[in-house]
Design a protein around this ligand. Structure first.
Ligand code: GSH
Length: 206
């Protein structure tokens, strides 16, 4: 059976768990790896992922890391509708997934770490405020896309929505000054009936 390793407080782990639930894919989940749990610096773990990051996913004897490439693998394996084979549809999905990893995620990290994982007395509020401006600019790009499209990569829910929604969850739940994003809100609220989203993504920030 598929094994998913890593704490579910990580947005990168949440993507894999939510995707698997959306496909009714069975898996075993070892939650107690990474963050305060540690264990991701053990020789056994580093042999699977030399970066010491979560998630790691093991399919038989095939070991994977990098969350977005993991969900693409799983989607191809199950011929999921969330990852259509048409080249242009696929490129649009991949573009937004790459955007999430290369631009959106790095912009949100200083804000999230600063506000959630740093004691108030240790916070660099100036750096957090500057990072909020950068995060806002990225969310404006998403807002514009969702003003024209029901979902991130078009009219249908796809693999592109899965990595971005966990960051939107943090966006709506952190005490920050947000730009007005009615279309992101509409899109984000559309997941409120999704059991996998509720279980893995719609959780308290930690
Ligand atoms: N690009 C990687 C990033 C993985 C990553 O940075 N994971 C973070 C959690 S979001 C991590 O392992 N942090 C160290 C820890 O949890 O101990 C991916 O998408 O899988």
């Amino acid at each position: 059976m598929l094994k998913i390793l890593g704490r579910a407080t990580s947005t990168n782990v949440q993507k894999v768990l939510w995707f698997c639930d959306s496909q009714n894919r069975e898996y075993e989940h070892d939650n107690d790896i990474g963050g305060a749990f540690g264990r991701n610096d053990s020789p056994e773990y580093l042999a699977m992922n030399p970066n010491g990051r979560v998630p790691v996913v093991v399919d038989g004897d095939f070991v994977m890391w990098e969350s977005n490439s993991i969900i693409r693998y799983l989607a191809r394996q199950s011929k999921s509708d969330l990852y259509p084979s048409d080249f242009q549809a696929r490129q649009t999905i991949e573009r937004w997934m790459d955007w999430e990893l290369s631009l959106l995620a790095p912009r949100h990290v200083p804000v999230f770490i600063g506000l959630v994982r740093t004691k108030p007395e240790d916070r660099n509020q100036k750096a957090i405020d500057a990072a909020v401006v950068q995060w806002n600019a990225a969310m404006q790009v998403l807002e514009d896309q969702l003003a024209e499209n029901r979902f991130v990569a078009g009219e249908k829910f796809s693999l592109a929505d899965i990595p971005i929604a966990p960051i939107a969850h943090r966006w709506f739940n952190l005490d920050i000054e947000r730009i007005d994003t009615p279309n992101i809100k509409r899109w984000y609220d559309s997941f409120s009936d999704d059991a996998g989203f509720r279980k893995w993504v719609d959780i308290e920030l930690a």
